[in-house]
Design a protein around this ligand. Structure first.
Ligand code: ATR
Length: 270
């Protein structure tokens, strides 16, 4: 029940209309009996919006495209991962102090470590955009041996050099082995459901294959990986894990992760 003690949380982005964060977080609040409400905001002026967090004493904010980098200058402190990634997807308001976190980075690792260890593993990340930067940073922090595979050399080399890791052209994937493969590109996303970022013959049963695309849930990549006997992790895995870490930062309580996953799956199906 919304009353005068209800805390306000939200999502800052533009556009936010298709985000699954509101259904996920509101369900988590309900499940745990935490008196809070989470709304999505299409932000037109970021600096004023952050002032609004302080003015209204909002307790926590998720930040999404296009503000993950731009928001950093308006916050008071950042945690290590946010600084290393150079982007913030989570703000926690601790007694008026706004702290920036990056739960994309830790959420990806949490989704992975539910299925495999990361330390000393050969990890191939496909793509060199913002998602690859967050996940690649998580891999390096977790002690994985990272190689960035990208379509274009300039972006791939830049990210690999920032993360002290290797770069290879995406077209060369398959000539080397990896134990963990993570797709961070939109290849395979609706409407291009038949697309796959690497040849299916390059996949094998020793691999753990993760896709951050969650529409469709079972991408061509995950289908091919499954057919070859590999362990797979779908895009909802990372999304829900980053959200669960947000919930824990904001409330200090353990996130009801199974409920969060099931409400997101329901929303995707409907
Ligand atoms: P995000 O913030 O979600 O990571 P992004 O910053 O736009 O999105 O990055 C998208 C990544 O997917 C880029 O690395 C892009 O490759 P380039 O650096 O060569 O542009 C990659 N990408 C997008 N479409 C692709 C495609 N059809 N095939 C291969 N890679 C693709």
């Amino acid at each position: 029940m919304i009353n005068s003690n209800t805390s306000l949380f939200g999502l800052f982005g533009n556009p936010v209309a298709h985000s699954l964060s509101p259904v996920m977080h509101n369900r988590a609040f309900k499940e745990t009996g935490y008196n809070a409400l989470y709304l999505a905001f299409d932000i037109v002026d970021l600096s004023i919006a952050v002032k609004g967090i302080r003015a209204l004493n909002m307790k926590g904010i998720s930040v999404t495209v296009p503000y993950k980098v731009a928001v950093m200058e308006f916050l008071d402190v950042h945690d290590d991962a946010a600084v290393k990634v150079g982007a913030v997807n989570t703000i926690a308001n601790q007694n008026g102090k706004l702290i920036g976190y990056n739960t994309d980075c830790h959420g990806a690792i949490k989704a992975l470590t539910a299925k495999t260890t990361v330390k000393d593993k050969d990890v191939a990340v496909i793509g060199a955009g913002g998602a690859a930067r967050a996940i690649g940073t998580g891999i390096v922090l977790a002690g994985g041996k990272l190689t960035i595979y990208n379509r274009s050399t300039v972006n791939g080399e830049r990210l690999a050099s920032d993360l002290d890791s290797e770069f290879r052209l995406l077209s060369e994937f398959g000539r080397s082995e990896c134990q963990i493969l993570i797709n961070t590109t939109p290849v395979g996303m609706t409407p291009n459901r038949e697309a796959i970022p690497v040849k299916s013959t390059a996949l094998n049963k020793e691999m753990v294959v993760m896709d951050i695309v969650y529409n469709p849930l079972k991408t061509m990549l995950l289908k091919a990986a499954e057919e070859r006997g590999a362990e797979t992790i779908d895009g909802v895995g990372m999304f829900v894990n980053q959200g669960a870490l947000q919930f824990e930062l904001w409330t200090g309580q353990k996130a009801p992760i199974d409920v969060m996953r099931s409400v997101v799956l329901d929303a995707l199906r409907s």
